[in-house]
Design a protein around this ligand. Structure first.
Ligand SMILES: C[S@@+](CC[C@H](N)C(=O)[O-])C[C@H]1O[C@@H](n2cnc3c(N)ncnc32)[C@H](O)[C@@H]1O
Length: 242
């Protein structure tokens, strides 16, 4: 058992998103691995970068950046990359990786996806990987990410699909396709129509360009899910209205 995990009781009178941010920050305290999520990027960061490049993007955002596995693809293709996360520990690891890679165009900072603090239309492209399925109000987060996306430019994000191999594993059901994993992390899994319903909530702000399944393999994550596993998500691409 990882020393920093599972010793705190669940605090049920707090919003799970608030508890989650504390738990996520704890999960980046590592003793065996140099980072939590491993070195390979998710495959769809390349898809996102292709969309952003097609828009002539210069400044792009990776939120949540986690400990930085998706930064190389962005840092090597765009003039400026902002990586933001609510976890100080994650940002610390991402900063070490960016420095080791010699990236001088990467800015890392703390931000909450519900209230990022960035000005309207700050970014030429926004990449949001593996957090919306952990949030209780994903549409509110998408709306905030669209606020900071430039009109006519793209936001790419994913939600966990019902076919994901981790669905229900070490998870306690707490509602309709919602679970608490390892007493710590909120998960919601989506079928295609539920994913479409989610993006329809922001149809006043953006057009849905694509909604497609993506599958990839993850290495073991210390203190979190300590075996290789497969993920399946619904990946959606939104184009902000001009
Ligand atoms: C599963 S990790 C994914 C990290 C990264 N996108 C990746 O693919 O490696 C989820 C991340 O979301 C961050 N997070 C959770 N709630 C957040 C919030 N409200 N605002 C910003 N980041 C948040 C966590 O700190 C964690 O780094």
């Amino acid at each position: 058992m990882h020393p920093s995990h599972n010793e705190r009781p669940i605090v049920t009178d707090l919003n799970l998103d608030v508890i989650g941010k504390v738990r996520w920050n704890d999960s980046y305290v590592l003793t065996e691995q140099p980072n939590l999520w491993g070195d390979p990027p998710v495959p769809f960061v390349t898809t996102a970068a292709d969309y952003f490049a097609g828009d002539g993007a210069q400044t792009v955002l990776d939120l949540p950046v986690g400990d930085g596995r998706n930064l190389p693809e962005l840092a090597e293709r765009f003039s400026t990359v902002v990586g933001a996360d609510s976890s100080d520990n994650a940002i610390g690891i991402a900063a070490g990786r960016a420095a080791a890679a010699g990236y001088r165009n990467v800015l890392l900072l703390k931000a909450d996806v519900y209230a990022t603090g960035f000005a309207d239309a700050s970014f030429d492209g926004v990449f949001c990987c593996d957090v919306l399925g952990h949030l209780q109000e994903p549409a509110r987060a998408i709306r905030e990410l669209l606020r900071i996306t430039r009109p006519g430019h793209h936001l790419m994000a994913n939600v966990f699909a019902l076919e994901d191999s981790t669905r229900g594993v070490d998870m306690v059901p707490i509602g309709d396709e919602t679970y608490l994993f390892d007493d710590r992390f909120y998960f919601r899994f989506y079928d295609k129509s539920a994913a479409k319903e989610l993006v329809d909530e922001v149809e006043d702000a953006a057009d849905l360009v694509a909604l497609e399944p993506v599958t990839w393999t993850e290495p073991p994550h210390e203190g979190y899910r300590e075996y290789e596993h497969e993920h399946v998500s619904w990946l959606f691409t939104l184009r902000k209205h001009t």
